[in-house]
Design a protein around this ligand. Structure first.
Ligand SMILES: NC(=O)c1ccc[n+]([C@@H]2O[C@H](COP(=O)([O-])OP(=O)(O)OC[C@H]3O[C@@H](n4cnc5c(N)ncnc54)[C@H](O)[C@@H]3O)[C@@H](O)[C@H]2O)c1
Length: 355
């Protein structure tokens, strides 16, 4: 495997999870880390045995040997930082989700990567969850038939202390609320498994958290293939997390995945095919992992792609990240307008990503 030199921008929660993974892969070397809060960069650099920078441009000037930049800054900064990393420094990017808050920013990132022949991978680790793999195989093989209902709901708990832990959390400019932040994964799943979205309708509210954006959003989604779906997204579950579910009903079968983060199979069945016990057992549940379900598998697959291997088809590469950004923006636009929104649309009222 070709050795990779990595630089990390943003030394917070997500990056520290990534660092633990990088440290376990011998052909990966974290050369340098940057955080605008210098003490955070220094503490992180010590753990990474890398050089610390307060300014990421200085870091990349000083380390031209870096192949891949890991962008783990607040979501509203992904495009602002990602574009010069490609345009000026010509680096591949491993981008934390979502690729950007606004569709036009996301499209510019994708276009730039394509024009410069650079690799741009967005982290949607749930795509590698074992039950999700089984569901996708079943859908692709036609065992469930054409989708009729594709729904996602998650009831998670985030107390005020979570929102207060970083100043950008829950702001429209840099994060959005539960839909854009936690729900990015579930919206990726709806688009990835359900197909293109035709229209949406949503309502949202801010009930328990003192933040600008919403902590509960409920929506209806119509897919171009005729399927309907619902979205229930909230961080208002009390006293603790309840779980996250994905339901697919097709013309010939169904699949339901639950657990904390779409990591446990509830049921799968088809009129066309039996699912043998060995298959169910093999895909039933993601093993416990302190780094989060599938995070390691996803990041390792991305690194292999950066190192020159053929990409795993489940990786979210380039334009594959656009549809969920558009879906999130459309649900917010609908909630703000108080009426259904047909895609494509130009955002007028959505506050997401606006400064
Ligand atoms: N894939 C997942 O499941 C997952 C989980 C958590 C977070 N995330 C994503 O990771 C990103 C970061 O989230 P987090 O929870 O780690 O946030 P965080 O607040 O813990 O960390 C972000 C860091 O970026 C730094 N930063 C801000 N602006 C900067 C700049 N201009 N230059 C350099 N550093 C800067 C901050 O000082 C902070 O240390 C977000 O986009 C979030 O959506 C993804």
């Amino acid at each position: 495997m070709k050795a990779l030199s990595i630089a990390i921008i943003g030394c917070g929660k997500a990056a520290s999870r990534h660092l633990k993974i990088y440290n376990q892969i011998e052909w990966v070397n974290v050369m340098a880390v940057a955080d605008e809060v210098e003490e955070k960069a220094r503490a992180f650099a010590e753990e990474a045995e890398a050089e610390a920078f307060a300014n990421w441009q200085d870091m990349l000037e000083r380390h031209p040997e870096v192949n891949v930049v890991d962008i783990s800054v607040p979501s509203g900064l992904h495009a602002e930082i990602g574009l010069p990393i490609m345009k000026k420094f010509k680096k591949h990017i491993l981008m934390e989700k979502p690729i950007a808050l606004l569709l036009d920013e996301a499209e510019e990132l994708v276009k730039t990567a394509e024009e410069l022949n650079l690799k741009l991978v967005t982290i949607y680790q749930n795509r590698f969850n074992l039950p999700i793999k089984l569901v996708r195989n079943a859908l692709n093989a036609g065992w469930l038939g054409n989708p009729i209902l594709v729904s996602a709901r998650f009831y998670w708990c985030r107390h005020q202390s979570y929102y207060d832990s970083s100043p950008w959390r829950g702001t429209w400019a840099y994060d959005g609320g539960v839909l854009a932040q936690q729900g990015a994964h579930h919206m990726d799943m709806l688009c990835w498994l359900g197909g293109e979205v035709e229209s949406v309708y949503a309502q949202m509210a801010t009930r328990l958290a003192e933040i600008e954006a919403e902590d509960i959003l409920v929506g209806v989604v119509k897919f171009k293939n005729g399927a309907l779906g619902t979205v229930e997204a909230t961080t208002c579950a009390r006293p603790s997390d309840i779980g996250a579910e994905l339901t697919i009903l097709g013309e010939k079968g169904h699949a339901r995945v639950g657990g904390f983060a779409m990591n446990e199979l509830i049921s799968i069945a088809s009129e066309e095919r039996d699912f043998p016990n060995e298959e169910i057992e093999a895909f039933k549940k993601n093993p416990e992992d302190p780094l989060g379900y599938s995070h390691r598998a996803y990041i390792e697959a991305a690194l292999r792609y950066f190192a020159g291997e053929e990409p795993d088809e489940k990786l979210c590469i380039g334009k594959d990240a656009l549809s969920s950004v558009q879906l999130i923006q459309a649900l917010y636009e609908s909630a703000e307008r108080g009426e259904p929104v047909k895609l494509p649309f130009s955002p007028q009222k959505s506050k997401l990503g606006r400064r």
